[in-house]
Write a protein that binds this ligand. Structure first.
Ligand SMILES: *Cc1c(COP(=O)(O)O)cnc(C)c1O
Length: 482
């Protein structure tokens, strides 16, 4: 593409992005598309000759946009947020233009050194001590996988990479049933075997891991000749925001010499507000900690902040230095003070992810980022209070930061839990087909419940309060039809 055309289309894309975000609130939040419709609308064969950009842009609006679920919609209250912001988008454009591979220091010194500095900024922002070093991973799943592999190596004296797991006594990992499925996946991928991931009960208002049961289980497993090697603690579970007592869990980990990983993928961003940090009490004693700025810190996917106490343990586990990846002229990396971040992560190739963090943190400043998260938490609590006070709804879990769950239970309803599950399944379907708001469900204490999380960059208090309005309206309609 000649540079004159590139300039024109880059400007067109910028205009498109600004218009899209300015009008996204007029669209239904969840795509209202039937399965297969978009696939059908795309030609089965690629064009042999190039097509005009004008035609491609027209199809973007005609074919693709109606099939999108709008994650930046101010009334997206489903799953967890994957929020973004204009400075992050601008940085991504610049990043895409440079399209650098940031695997070695030499392949982009600025990317490596900015990444190191951004991780120091984030570490300070969430109140982790300088004893942690950080790396940006593509996802929390990758960070947790890296943690599991590191813990495995450490427990087996760094021999399993060489000798494999053949003949080793079973390794055992522990978490509560509230832990994310990425832990299960990491355990599978690491060759530990799913049956060696022990899911312990959780209890109390924050669904916290039962620490006494944890200690008991570890003792039993040791007595049975197994090797406990890893505990994963939740700081903001995905279902209803479970928070473990990390200080007490860390105490057990320390007494038994077990690696402790903290999964704060969603809630970690809120730790930039000192008043929420009581939830992470004890995290300074963990071996690793992950949170996703790509969830709730206005930095678009992918950007997962992974902090480790002992970077050497991680690089012993994941680092390889074949001849074609050596940097000549520097001598020893460690002596030259050079970091090759590919040794800290599973993939070799790495995007320049630090740039968008730099743009976001500098553009807003920490105080404005805190203010946004405080608003989200305050509005979620206000909404939860309104659901709690409504005789036709009930809160089904304790609100945690900006997440709560509820279910429809019409005043005087005489049916059982199964009938309520059906009613709420119908309600959430009706809500999401309506399109004004988007919510998702989970199962909690064996009930079907509806989750609400508030974390959108451009959401307002009025947007948040609309959840109750829509829920009431559609619940009444279901009541009439049902
Ligand atoms: C979202 C989430 C994950 C997975 O995050 P990815 O970055 O998509 O891999 C892991 N743990 C928790 C608690 C989450 O909420």
């Amino acid at each position: 593409m000649p540079s004159f055309d590139f300039r024109q289309w880059a400007r067109r894309a910028a205009d498109w992005a600004v218009d899209y975000l300015a009008t996204v609130r007029e669209r239904p939040v969840r795509a209202q598309t039937a399965p297969g419709a978009i696939h059908q609308a795309i030609p089965a064969e690629p064009p042999l000759q190039g097509e005009p950009m004008e035609a491609i842009f027209a199809d973007l609006d005609r074919t693709i946009l109606p099939g999108m679920t709008h994650w930046q919609h101010p009334r997206f209250f489903a799953y967890f947020p994957a929020n973004s912001s204009p400075p992050a988008v601008v940085a991504e454009f610049v990043t895409a233009a440079m399209a650098a591979q940031c695997m070695l220091w030499q392949t982009s010194p600025a990317a490596t050194e900015l990444e190191a500095r951004m991780m120091e900024w984030l570490r300070g922002m969430i109140g982790l001590p300088p004893s942690f070093a950080g790396v940006i991973q593509d996802s929390a799943t990758s960070a947790t996988f890296a943690a599991v592999l590191t813990a495995r190596e450490r427990a087996l004296s760094y021999m399993s990479n060489t000798a494999g797991l053949f003949g080793a006594t079973p390794l055992r990992a522990y978490c509560s049933a509230e832990a994310h499925s990425s832990v299960d996946k990491a355990i599978r991928m690491a060759g530990i075997g799913h049956q060696n991931l022990v899911k312990l009960p959780s209890a109390g208002p924050l669904c916290s891991l039962d620490v006494a049961a944890l200690d008991e289980q570890i003792r039993e497993d040791k007595a049975a000749g197994m090797t406990p090697f890893l505990i994963v603690a939740c700081l903001g579970g995905t279902s209803v925001g479970a928070v473990d007592d990390i200080a007490r869990v860390a105490d057990v980990a320390r007494r038994h010499g077990i690696f402790l990983h903290v999964d704060a993928a969603w809630a970690g961003s809120a730790m930039i507000c000192p008043e929420f940090r009581h939830l992470m009490r004890g995290a300074e004693a963990a071996d690793s900690f992950v949170f996703n700025p790509h969830k709730w810190l206005f930095t678009n996917f992918d950007c997962s902040a992974h902090f480790v106490k002992d970077p050497k343990a991680l690089t012993y586990t994941l680092g390889l230095r074949p001849a074609y990846l050596r940097t000549l002229g520097l001598g020893d990396n460690e002596i030259a003070g050079v970091t090759d971040y590919n040794e800290w992560s599973v993939p070799l190739g790495r995007r320049f992810r630090a740039l968008k963090l730099w743009f976001v943190i500098r553009y807003y400043g920490v105080e404005a980022l805190r203010a946004k998260i405080r608003d989200h938490v305050a509005w979620a609590r206000e909404l939860a209070g309104l659901f709690d006070a409504d005789p036709d709804f009930e809160l089904t879990s304790t609100p945690v930061l900006a997440l709560f769950s509820f279910r429809y239970r019409p005043h005087g309803f005489a049916g059982d839990d199964a009938a309520l599950d059906r009613l709420n399944t119908d309600l959430i379907e009706a809500i999401n087909a309506d399109g004004r708001i988007y919510l998702t469900q989970t199962r909690h204490q064996n009930r079907f419940v509806i989750r609400v999380q508030v974390g959108q960059t451009d959401t307002t208090r009025a947007d948040v309060l609309m959840v109750l309005e829509v829920a009431r309206e559609l619940a009444a309609r279901i009541g009439r039809e049902g």
